[in-house]
Write a protein that binds this ligand. Structure first.
Ligand SMILES: O=C(O)C[C@H]1C=CC(=O)O1
Length: 96
C-alpha cells in the first residue's frame, strides 16, 4: 500500500545541540536504509519549512506505524498520514 506522509519536525530549542545532531544522524541512517529497501519511495523537503513529504510503500497500516514510530525524530515530529490508491484515470503503470 502507498501512503503520503507529511512530517513536521519540531526540535525543542532547549535540546542540547550535540544531542540533536546525534538524533538527526541516526534519523538519516534509518531513513536511507528504508529508502534503499524500497519501503520509503520518495522524500522531498517542503520549501521554507523543517518538514518533508514522503511516499511509503509498505504492507499495511501496522507496518507503516512500526516504521514511523521507530524514527529517531518521532518524539519531535507532527505526522500526518494519507493512504493512497490508484486513480482510475491514471495512465502511468508505476502509479500504484
Ligand atoms: O529532515 C527531515 O525532514 C526529518 C527526517 C526525515 C528523514 C530524515 O533524514 O530526517
Amino acid at each position: 500500500m502507498l501512503y503520503h506522509v507529511f512530517m513536521d519536525v519540531k526540535i525543542p530549542r532547549d535540546l542540547p545541540a550535540e544531542e540533536a545532531a546525534e538524533i538527526i544522524a541516526r534519523e538519516k541512517a534509518y531513513s536511507q536504509d528504508l529508502q534503499r529497501s524500497g519501503k520509503w519511495r520518495h522524500i522531498w523537503r517542503v520549501a521554507g519549512q523543517y518538514a518533508n513529504i514522503s511516499i511509503f510503500d509498505v504492507r499495511d497500516n501496522a507496518e507503516l506505524h512500526e516504521i514511523l514510530s521507530g524514527l529517531p525524530l518521532f518524539p519531535f515530529m507532527d505526522i500526518k498520514v494519507t493512504p493512497l490508491l490508484r486513480h482510475p484515470s491514471a495512465v502511468r503503470e508505476d502509479d500504484s
